[in-house]
Design a protein around this ligand. Structure first.
Ligand code: NAD
Length: 477
C-alpha cells in the first residue's frame, strides 16, 4: 500500500493483514506498507525457483545475455522512478540515488557480456591416458540477503551474475528499504516474460523475520547458495548455518577503511578524494574512509581543508535541491554514531565541526571532523557508517602502514602519494581486498569487489563475480 504520492504507482507492495511500515528517514513519516512474507511463502518461492531453473537452463548463453541486456535497458529507462523511491526510503540525495541506479544497472550490462564467456578448458592428461575437459555448471537456487545502504546495487551485483550463470535467485531486501527491490523485481519479471523466460527467476521476499527466512530456506536441501551483504556479525551466523547443508557462500561484510596520506601527496587531489571516500552515501558505505592517517608535516593543512569542506555540506531531505547529505537510516544508527563521537570526545579527541544531533524531525547526523583521536578510541576500531571523519597522524611510512592494518577488517584501503615507490608499498602492504591508489572512488562493475579477514570472502563484479555462481566440472575423456 503506497502512502506517498512521490512513489511510482506500480511498486507491488502486496496486500493482506500482515503489513509492515516503510519510513522516510528524513521525516519519520510512513511512506508505504509492505506485505510481510512468512514460512509458507518462502517454501513456495523455493518451489517456483527450482521450476524456473529448469526452464532457464533451456536458454542458451546468448539468449540469457539478451535478457540481462534488456534488464539493464529497462532499469536505466526508469532511472527517475528508482532514484526517487530510493531517496524516499533510504534518504540519500537524489543525485546520488541516480548514481546508484546507473551503477546497479551496469551489473546487468557487464554480466550480459560475461554470460557468453563462461570459462572452461581442455587439454591432454600428462600420462597420455585421455583428455581433461573442464566445464562450469550453475550452482542452483540462490538466496541473496541484502542491506539498506544501497537498496538496488547490493542486490543487482548478485542477481546479474547468478542469472548469467544459470541460477534463479530469491532476494530478501532489508526491511527498512524493500520498495526499490520490489520495483526492480517487477521490472525484471516483465523483461523475463517478454523473452519467454519464467517470471519467477528472481523473486523478492520482504520479511521482518530475517532469521526465520534464512534458517528455513537454508535448511532446505534444494537451496545451494547463500550470498550476503551486511554486517560481520550476521555474516558469521550465516556461514555457521550454511555448514549443515554445505552451501556455497559469499560474504560481503563490514569495513574500517584507512585513508593514508603521505607527505608528498597532491593535497588538492587528496581533498577531492577524501570527500568522495568519506561522504559518498553519507558515509553509509562499507568502503567509506573511516580513518584518515596523515603525515604529521601536512596534517594541519589537510585537517583545516577537510573541516572547511565538511562544514560546506548541506544537510536536508534528499529530494530537495542542493542537499548533499541526507539522514542516516534509523534513530538507532544515528544514536550509534553519536555514541562513537561522544566516546572519542570523552577520551580526548577535538571536534572541529558537527558532533551534535539536531533537534528537528528525521534521523540526521551532521558532517563531523574529529582530530587528535587517541589510539584506543572505539571510533577507530568500529565501522562508523556515518558522516564522521577521524584524523590521526604518523611520522614514518612503516608506522602509517602498521596503523592502517591495525584492524580486524580488510575491505578497502586508500593510499595517496606522488612517489611511485610509496604507491607500490601501498599496493603490496595495505591488507585489503581493494586498494585505491590516488583514487577516492573504486567501485566498478568490471572489477572484483570484496574483502579479506573479517570483511568476508567472495567477489562481486569483474570476471571473478560469475565464478561464485558456478561449480567446476571435470570430465575425463
Ligand atoms: P545487517 O547485517 O543488520 O543486515 C543486512 C541484511 O541481513 C538485512 O537484509 C537484514 O534484514 C538481514 N539480517 C539481519 N539479521 C539476520 C539474521 N539473523 N539472519 C539472516 N538475515 C539477517 O546489516 P545492515 O545494518 O543492514 O547493513 C550495514 C552493514 O552492511 C555494514 O556492516 C556494512 O559494512 C555492510 N555492507 C557491506 C558491503 C560489502 O560489500 N562488503 C556493502 C554494503 C554494506
Amino acid at each position: 500500500m503506497l502512502l506517498s504520492d512521490h512513489l511510482p504507482a506500480d511498486i507491488p507492495t502486496g496486500t493482506g493483514a500482515a503489513l509492515f511500515d516503510v519510513l522516510d528517514p528524513a521525516t519519520e513519516a510512513t511512506i508505504a506498507r509492505v506485505r510481510d512474507t512468512g514460512w509458507d511463502e518462502w517454501v513456495a518461492a523455493l518451489d517456483r525457483a527450482v521450476a524456473a531453473q529448469e526452464a532457464w537452463s533451456a536458454f542458451s548463453p546468448r539468449q540469457r545475455s539478451e535478457v540481462l541486456r534488456d534488464i539493464f535497458a529497462e532499469l536505466t529507462r526508469r532511472i527517475e522512478d528508482f532514484a526517487r523511491t530510493m531517496t524516499l526510503e533510504m534518504g540519500k540525495p537524489l543525485a546520488e540515488a541516480r548514481g546508484e541506479v546507473a551503477y546497479g544497472a551496469e551489473y546487468f550490462r557487464w554480466f550480459a557480456e560475461e554470460a557468453v564467456r563462461l570459462p572452461g578448458r581442455a587439454g591432454s592428461s600428462p600420462s597420455g591416458a585421455g583428455d581433461i575437459l573442464v566445464t562450469r555448471t550453475p550452482v542452483g537456487p540462490v538466496l541473496a540477503i541484502t542491506p539498506w545502504n544501497f537498496p538496488l546495487a547490493m542486490a543487482t551485483r548478485k542477481i546479474a551474475p547468478a542469472l548469467a550463470a544459470g541460477c534463479p535467485v530469491l532476494v530478501k531486501p532489508a526491511a527498512e528499504t524493500p520498495l526499490t527491490m520490489l520495483l526492480a523485481g517487477k521490472v525484471i519479471a516483465e523483461v523475463c516474460e517478454r523473452h519467454g523466460a519464467p517470471r519467477e527467476l528472481v523473486q523478492i521476499l520482504p520479511a521482518t523475520d530475517a532469521a526465520g527466512l534464512s534458517s528455513t530456506l537454508m535448511a532446505d536441501p534444494r537451496l545451494r547458495k547463500v550470498t550476503f551483504t551486511g554486517s560481520t556479525g550476521v555474516g558469521k551466523l550465516l556461514v555457521r548455518q550454511a555448514a549443515d547443508n554445505l552451501l556455497r557462500t559469499s560474504m560481503e561484510l563490514g569495513g574500517n577503511a584507512p585513508f593514508v596520506v603521505h607527505e608528498d601527496a597532491d593535497l588538492d587531489l587528496v581533498l577531492t578524494c577524501a570527500i568522495q571516500a568519506k561522504m559518498r552515501n553519507g558515509g553509509e558505505a562499507c568502503i567509506a574512509a573511516n580513518r584518515f592517517i596523515v603525515h604529521e608535516a601536512i596534517a594541519g593543512e589537510f585537517t583545516r581543508r577537510l573541516t572547511e569542506a565538511m562544514s560546506a555540506v548541506t544537510m536536508g531531505h534528499g529530494l530537495d535541491e542542493g542537499v548533499t547529505l541526507g539522514p542516516v537510516i534509523t534513530a538507532g544508527q544515528r544514536d550509534r554514531i553519536a555514541s562513537l563521537v561522544d566516546d572519542a570526545r570523552a577520551s580526548g579527541a577535538t571536534v572541529l565541526c558537527g558532533g551534535t544531533v539536531p533537534e528537528s524531525a528525521g534521523y540526521f547526523y551532521p558532517a563531523t571532523v574529529l582530530a587528535d583521536v587517541p589510539a584506543g578510541a572505539r571510533i577507530l576500531r568500529e565501522e562508523i557508517f556515518g558522516p564522521v571523519a577521524t584524523v590521526t597522524t604518523f611520522a614514518t611510512l612503516d608506522e602509517a602502514i602498521a596503523l592502517a592494518n591495525d584492524t580486524e577488517f580488510g575491505l578497502a584501503a586508500y593510499g595517496f602519494s606522488e612517489n611511485v615507490h610509496v604507491c607500490r608499498r601501498f599496493a603490496a602492504e595495505l591488507h585489503a581486498g581493494m586498494v585505491g591508489i590516488n583514487r577516492g572512488a573504486i567501485s566498478d562493475a568490471a572489477a572484483p569487489f570484496g574483502g579479506i579477514k573479517h570483511s568476508g570472502f567472495g567477489r562481486e563484479g569483474g570476471t571473478e563475480g560469475i565464478e561464485e555462481y558456478l561449480d567446476v566440472r571435470y570430465v575425463a575423456l
